[in-house]
Design a protein around this ligand. Structure first.
Ligand code: ZN
Ligand code: ZN
Length: 267
């Protein structure tokens, strides 16, 4: 974690939807600044990808945007890296949305483990979505998405002002456009094939809507995430026709997040 000291750097560990696919795990985005690394979401398949790039026990924080399987279920797998019986010497700081603690207790029971199973390994806290969360040099902020259950988008800002925004799961939302405004790097979900596939009360975006959101927010650069990997070529064509800088994310992609002002005049 030294190649880009003093820069906010993204590693896409997984960017698929909930449907399993060999090309990518579900949601998981690693961000680091120097020696501080945080993980946004822990969907199915993320932990093995994480282990390939770092020791998960060195994470400064794991932050979950909402409690759907494709955003947190690999916390069950990650737990077994820690001692099974006793409390871990250093627990992993785990930040969950309001009500998340109860879900972890239910998950422990569902996998036939004891009450407190996760607490022995994770220092579990529920964040206040209206407050900023400081993790080392990084500042994390939240915004409620438009989803079937309470779900939060996250923005992560480095000490140089570089800012990444990750929408999490959301339907079309003016509040999300506002939250993503002028992001240096925007990760926007593009999970729907068609609006006809969504509930009447919207909870996801089509790629077209995702590109519209990025355009309206004037994001400097955008990655589409939370899409079925089989659609990648189709999404690439849509992105190529867009008037903004946007492309589908792929697992393994690494991107340094550059603050907007630094590139003004640089074309
Ligand atoms: Zn969801
Ligand atoms: Zn999802």
């Amino acid at each position: 974690m030294t190649a880009d000291d003093g820069r906010l750097r993204l590693t896409v560990l997984g960017c698929s939807s909930a449907v399993p696919h060999p090309a990518s795990p579900a949601a998981g985005f690693l961000l680091d600044w120097g020696t501080t690394a945080i993980l946004l979401d822990v969907g199915q398949g993320i932990v093995r990808r994480l282990e390939a790039v770092m020791d998960p026990r060195d994470l400064a924080a794991v932050i979950v945007g909402h409690m759907h399987a494709d955003h947190y279920l690999d916390l069950a797998g990650l737990r077994y890296i820690y001692p099974w019986g006793e409390r871990a010497p250093v627990r992993l700081p785990l930040h969950l949305p309001p009500g998340g603690t109860r879900r972890m207790d239910a998950l422990a029971e569902a996998i036939s483990e004891r009450v407190g199973f996760f607490d022995a390994a994770y220092d579990i806290r529920e964040y206040d979505p209206d407050a900023a969360l400081e993790v080392g040099p990084l500042t994390v902020r939240f915004r409620r998405g438009r989803h079937y259950i309470p779900a939060w988008a996250m923005s992560v800002e480095g000490p140089d002002g570089a800012r990444l925004v990750y929408t999490g799961d959301t339907g079309p939302s003016d509040a999300m456009v506002d939250f993503a405004r002028d992001a240096d790097l925007l990760l926007v979900e593009a999970g729907l094939r068609s609006t006809a596939d969504d509930d009447p009360e919207r909870g996801h975006l089509t790629p077209e809507e995702a590109i519209e959101l990025a355009t309206a927010a004037k994001a400097r650069s955008t990655l589409l995430v939370h899409y079925a990997p089989a659609r990648r070529a189709e999404l690439e064509a849509m992105c190529a026709a867009a008037s903004v800088r946007v492309e589908p994310a792929v697992a393994g992609l690494v991107r340094t997040v550059i603050r907007r002002e630094e590139t003004v005049g640089a074309g």
